[in-house]
Write a protein that binds this ligand. Structure first.
Ligand SMILES: NC(=O)c1ccc[n+]([C@@H]2O[C@H](COP(=O)([O-])OP(=O)(O)OC[C@H]3O[C@@H](n4cnc5c(N)ncnc54)[C@H](O)[C@@H]3O)[C@@H](O)[C@H]2O)c1
Length: 265
């Protein structure tokens, strides 16, 4: 779907990939309803939109707040007159520890934000999206959603759930105007650790893949959406590990486990 003149709802629009995606959609002539829990960061995204500021509307809310997200489709419709797309991008990571060391509350919070809020937003926006001549649901999963990273097992499981949800929706909505896109980024340079309320692990830089710029990631994602791809791998690490994982799964899992071992506290 071409994004010119389209109204796109983007969650997590106040930082990282979501901010870069917002600016990219605006640059291509679209309109953005930017959702984030952090009002200051949303204001900053709007400021960065420069000449396109009027085409960006902030909606400050916590996406786990079901009452507020249920009211969102009408609020966006009232402001822009229509909704053409939803990009579920907001997400958090978990503490860098083994599964057994996480509390139930931590596990539920990761799933509530990454999976259940994504699912709920899709369900509340779908009626409007089905009414459009063409529309979009794009969900940000992760390389960690098809390849396990030690110390991010619950995060990975939530992203694997997003990936399968997305592919299932693609199959279910094939004969409708709704284009469904699965986004699988590798390492992207953002503040996700800090925004998830966590300290950066000491060995973060040594063990991570070289992170891609968020604006570059947004360019790749938007190009993939406009080219109607189902699966958008973002970054050479994601592309390479996708191939390796399919070719030699155990080898790929062992390789990542070794590379990322130092992240574990
Ligand atoms: N950075 C990476 O290396 C990477 C890799 C693969 C996938 N991803 C995924 O990309 C997406 C964007 O991540 P990012 O790296 O840009 O992170 P980020 O922290 O820079 O941006 C995420 C934004 O989501 C917002 N947010 C978090 N919880 C929210 C909530 N409950 N309600 C509303 N807004 C909320 C944050 O305030 C923040 O502005 C996430 O889903 C993440 O899992 C990131």
């Amino acid at each position: 779907m071409k994004l010119k003149e389209k109204v796109i709802v983007i969650t997590g629009a106040g930082s990282g990939i979501g901010r870069a995606l917002s600016l990219e959609v605006l640059a291509r002539g679209g309109y953005v309803a930017g959702i984030d829990i952090n009002p200051d960061s949303l204001s900053k995204t709007r400021e960065l939109a420069e000449a396109n500021q009027e085409k960006f509307r902030s909606f400050t809310l916590d996406i786990t707040d079901k009452e507020k997200t249920t009211a969102l489709p009408l609020a966006v419709q009232e402001h822009f007159g229509k909704v053409d797309g939803l990009i579920n991008n907001a997400g958090i990571i978990q503490r860098f520890v083994k599964v057994q060391e996480l509390t139930d509350a931590e596990i539920h919070r990761v799933f509530d934000i990454n999976f259940f809020s994504t699912l709920h937003l899709i369900r509340v926006f779908l009626p409007q999206l089905l009414e459009r001549p063409e529309s979009l649901i794009a969900n940000v999963s992760s390389m960690g959603g098809f390849l396990p990273v030690p110390g991010q097992t619950i995060y990975g499981a939530s992203k694997a759930a997003v990936k399968l949800l997305t592919e299932g929706l693609y199959a279910e909505l094939k004969d409708t105007p709704v284009q469904v896109v699965s986004i699988l980024p590798g390492a992207i340079d953002t503040k996700i650790t800090e925004n998830s309320g966590l300290e950066r692990p000491k060995n973060a830089d040594a063990s991570r893949f070289k992170a891609l710029d968020a604006s570059k990631a947004a360019e790749i994602i938007v190009r993939g959406i406009e080219q109607n791809q189902l699966k958008i791998l973002v970054g050479s690490d994601a592309s390479m590990m996708d191939k390796l994982y399919r070719l030699a799964p155990k080898y790929a899992v062992d390789l990542i486990a070794k590379k990322m071992k130092s992240l574990l506290r």
